[in-house]
Design a protein around this ligand. Structure first.
Ligand code: ADP
Ligand code: MG
Length: 173
């Protein structure tokens, strides 16, 4: 049984509903949901858009192997209605984005799948929700906990991000 973490984001349509739908499908197809963060609301990162983002982090247990997991998450993205992928680092509005952050302490570096997720340590909208559910989890490459990554980011940028937080409303078991 592997311990895995997802970052789930959306900035189109009924954002809470999109995330709740994704979580429900992940519970069916991936495994048990162990922990789930609040919704973190933020401005788009890396591109211009009027559509604000809702992001959460979630911990699951799974019997799936990493590449099977990627297949499942991509299929769920498509069912929910993601129409195109991010190419050449050009970010765009999206109805749902499910990223695999960690898979136990495994390190995978292939074209299709990078674990730990290659940008997680740079993105506050990933780190803050993650810190709510797993502050002491250690990044297997950086060898720092989530809390320590956030702290060292603050030291280098001198600024603390403030997110509007909303409690999850209807994540029924
Ligand atoms: P982004 O999340 O960066 O906006 P996409 O969701 O469009 O981009 O994903 C682009 C590609 O990233 C996917 O086709 C997938 O193969 C790849 N990828 C690499 N590592 C991961 C990961 N850890 N989780 C999810 N997708 C990943
Ligand atoms: Mg993605």
């Amino acid at each position: 049984m592997a311990k895995i973490f997802f970052s789930i984001g959306t900035n189109l349509g009924d954002r809470k509903k999109n995330i709740e739908r994704a979580v429900k499908m992940l519970k069916k197809q991936v495994g048990k949901c162990v922990k789930i963060s609040s919704f973190f609301v933020s401005e788009p990162w890396g591109f211009n858009s009027d559509n604000i983002f809702f992001n959460i982090a979630a911990e699951f247990e799974t019997e799936l192997q990493p590449f099977e997991l990627l297949e499942v998450t991509q299929q769920i993205e498509q069912v929910i209605g993601r129409t195109h992928k991010t190419e050449n680092r050009k970010y765009a509005d999206r109805i749902i984005d499910i990223d695999i952050l960690f898979y136990d302490n495994q390190i995978i570096d292939s074209h299709q799948l990078t674990i730990p997720h290659c940008l997680l340590h740079k993105r506050d909208f990933v780190l803050y929700p993650l810190a709510e559910i797993a502050p002491e989890f250690q990044h297997p490459v950086l060898k720092k906990t989530i809390k320590e990554i956030i702290d060292s980011n603050h030291k280098s940028t001198q600024k603390k991000r403030v997110f509007i937080k909303e409690q999850p409303s209807s994540f029924s078991k």
